[in-house]
Design a protein around this ligand. Structure first.
Ligand code: NAD
Length: 324
């Protein structure tokens, strides 16, 4: 693509902090402006950063018109578990934020917009195994309702306003560089921190709860690949199914125990069990593979080894003996 100037909204979160670094690598650090309601931390503070509340449309409008952005990545949201505790806030941020971004993108002729949906847009009567791209969607959480509505809005802006907005339905995202932001799949991140520091973990989901997941490197790869694809290849204008792997808590425990044999698990399911039970167990992402060449690089084995190799130095704890 020609010269790009990129705005990232909600850049301080679990996905944003890694996606921003992916954008630095692709377009140059000087061409990416990361923003969030909270101040930049860690590596994010080494690039261009501004405080921005996506609900403040005047502030957003000024920033976009000043910088002549060609792309906006809008990641700010209230996630599934937090959203159930504060449904009105979740609805307001997740809906008004998206509409603000799309209106300003149309007004300022921004070439491309990215906004993530989620497997939370599916619900209890959705087929749970290899959930297809087009199927029943009856989300039960406010977060899921906002994601399904957001998907419909994206398609509407594409068809009626000519906005090139693109989206992925992420499964649970697993990374170790930032802590997760209040989702139902957070256990699969926390488990690595606790395995390395305390050698034990209490899981808030039952041992056999299968969910679709994706390693953060793959999430960044999928996002950038979709945004770089020629417009004609992007045939789904609501949101694409994508997945990396599917596993349940008992399986990730077994995998971690290969490296940390003394690691102990206990289970104390809470309200998040019900949310997880309403979501797919695995995802069919054939349209993403066919339309723009999606292919994940990490399965459960690769991901576990990569995290247990790299996370110890960040936590200042010894790496598992077999990884020395
Ligand atoms: P997160 O909670 O870690 O990060 C969200 C960021 O948005 C935070 O840094 C927060 O400070 C910021 N924010 C909150 N209110 C804001 C506002 N008014 N204006 C600007 N910024 C604001 O979330 P995440 O896990 O990084 O998720 C990013 C996106 O990906 C979200 O849209 C989420 O729904 C989607 N998603 C995430 C997952 C996952 O497993 N993490 C799965 C599916 C979809």
């Amino acid at each position: 693509m020609t010269h790009q100037k990129v705005l990232v909204i909600g850049a301080g979160g679990q996905l944003g902090s890694e996606l921003t670094q992916g954008l630095w690598r692709l377009y140059g650090k000087q061409n990416v402006v990361a923003t969030d309601v909270k101040p930049a931390e860690g590596v994010l503070a080494t690039g261009e950063f501004e405080i921005l509340d996506v609900l403040n449309s005047d502030q957003l409008q000024n920033l976009v018109s000043k910088n002549k952005f060609t792309q906006i990545y809008h990641l700010a949201a209230v996630l599934s578990a937090t959203g159930e505790k504060n449904p009105k806030l979740a609805w307001r941020l997740n809906m008004e934020g998206l509409i603000n971004v799309m209106d300003i993108a149309v007004d300022q002729k921004v070439s491309r917009v990215y906004w993530p949906s989620s497997i939370a847009a599916f619900g209890p009567t959705t087929p749970k195994i290899k959930t297809p791209q087009d199927t029943i969607m009856d989300p039960t959480t406010v977060y899921g309702i906002s994601k399904l509505a957001g998907e419909r809005w994206c398609e509407w802006y594409f068809k009626n306003k000519g906005l090139d907005v693109r989206s992925l339905r992420y499964p649970g995202l697993i990374g170790y560089k930032t802590k997760p932001g209040g989702g139902t799949t957070d256990y699969a991140v926390d488990i690595f921190f606790k395995a390395l520091t305390e050698k034990k973990f209490t899981c808030f989901l039952k041992p056999d709860t299968y969910l679709p997941m994706m390693y953060m490197d793959d999430a960044v790869k999928a996002t950038l690949q979709l945004m770089e694809a020629p417009a004609a290849n992007v045939k789904v204008r609501s949101s694409y199914n994508v997945t990396g792997m599917s596993f349940c808590p008992a399986e990730i425990v077994k995998e971690i125990q290969k490296f940390i044999p003394e690691f102990e698990i206990s289970y104390a399911p809470d309200f998040r069990q019900q949310i997880a039970d309403s979501w797919p167990k695995s995802i069919n992402d054939a349209p993403a593979r066919i339309d723009w060449g999606w292919e994940p690089a990490f399965d459960l084995d690769d991901m576990t080894a990569d995290i247990l190799k790299n996370l110890p130095s960040l936590l200042d704890v010894p790496a598992p003996a077999m990884l020395h």
